[in-house]
Design a protein around this ligand. Structure first.
Ligand code: GTQ
Length: 348
């Protein structure tokens, strides 16, 4: 005989009376909720969804006339999962948003315990400064602002700049330890010169005698020109993966692991005509198309995507990609947390 955990006991008058009385002592019967607490497979309220950049862009640009970056602190349109309304989440553990900075503006220096990444969507001439070291943005670049590092954003150029923010904010909020602090001045004082982090830690070398103790990648700027070249070169000499095409992870060079403890980041090339197999994992995946177009089947839904669109494959949803022409997808995921806690599963 097979047993199911999904069994919900019958409600009787005497049971209802009993539950009502024990509520006075802040106690509730587990057996009434056990079937939802211990579902046989991961259950998420998040749903598959795409933010079409052409549809979102007019609102992003309109926001420039509604509030300044300085008044807003961060002028961000939060990408809210329709299944997680009013929770500022794209998945249970991840946050995403589209941030706009206009020429001459400053988004003031602050730091917080949640970690963040920026993936540049359009424009050039803006920068993120980490402890005063400026990383100038080009479309497709990845810039990290790890936990508790001072950062401000500014703009020396002459066109609007938009980027995709990814944070572990819902995860950290769920665990508790959210801290944030404004820097006393709007801008952090000038720090090391632009590119210093890449030279110091990103050239397969490290400064003599330096002990690196941070949990985060000391390289915080990954220019798209280099990432694209890397993925493209590998794609010419490597067997294609049936699920992922040609997919590489951005790494912390001091560990070989993910760039930040809670968020993993990837770039994948799906060659023209690619039709992938289903991938299913406990982790949630936020995808952003950099080049090309195609579609991803997520559960029963099909999401059509093209350059600058962002979409979410929630936890445990089977998903498979198809590419029209050669396509490049950036993605970020909470997979590193699942792995560290021994909770990660996939269908590989
Ligand atoms: O740029 O530091 O989307 O602090 C949300 C919170 C961006 C940022 C967000 C933030 C930032």
């Amino acid at each position: 005989m097979s047993r199911a955990l999904q069994h919900k006991p019958e409600m009787t008058n005497s049971r209802a009376d009993f539950y009502g009385r024990m509520a006075a002592e802040n106690m509730t019967p587990l057996w009434e909720v056990l079937h939802t607490l211990l579902a046989e497979e991961p259950v998420t309220d998040a749903i598959p969804h795409k933010w079409d950049y052409d549809s979102c862009r007019p609102y992003i640009m309109e926001s420039a006339g509604v509030i300044s970056a300085e008044e807003a602190e961060r002028r961000v349109m939060v990408l809210e999962n329709p299944g997680l309304k009013d929770r500022s989440c794209i998945s249970e553990a991840l946050y995403a948003g589209l941030q706009l900075i206009m020429p001459g503006e400053v988004a003031p220096a602050h730091r917080h315990s949640p970690c963040a990444l920026r993936f540049i969507v359009e424009g050039t001439g803006a920068y993120t400064a980490l402890n005063g070291e400026k990383a100038y943005m080009e479309p497709g670049d990845l810039i990290l602002t790890p936990s508790w590092v001072w950062h401000d954003h500014g703009h020396d150029g002459d066109v609007p700049v938009v980027w995709l923010d990814g944070l572990d904010l819902p995860l950290v909020r769920g665990l508790g330890p959210v801290f944030a602090e404004p820097y006393p001045e709007t801008e952090f004082p000038q720090g090391r010169p632009t590119g210093d982090n890449m030279a110091r830690y990103g050239g397969n070398m490290r400064p003599f005698g330096e002990k690196i103790t941070s949990a985060n990648s000391p390289v915080f700027h990954f220019p798209y020109a280099e990432i694209r070249e890397t993925v493209d070169t590998v794609s010419r000499a490597q067997d294609i993966d049936a699920r992922h095409g040609f997919k590489l992870e951005y790494i912390n060079p001091t560990t070989g692991g993910p760039v930040m403890p809670t968020i993993g980041t990837y770039m994948q090339k799906l060659p023209k005509g690619f039709a992938g197999d289903d991938y299913q994992t406990t982790a949630a995946w936020v995808y952003h198309c950099v080049e090309g177009s195609g579609r991803t089947h997520i559960g029963d839904e099909t999401i059509e995507w093209k350059a600058r669109d962002t979409f979410i494959a929630p936890a445990w949803y089977k998903h498979r990609h198809e590419a029209d022409g050669d396509s490049f997808l950036f993605s970020f995921t909470d997979q590193p947390v699942h792995e560290k806690l021994g909770l990660f599963r996939d269908n590989m």
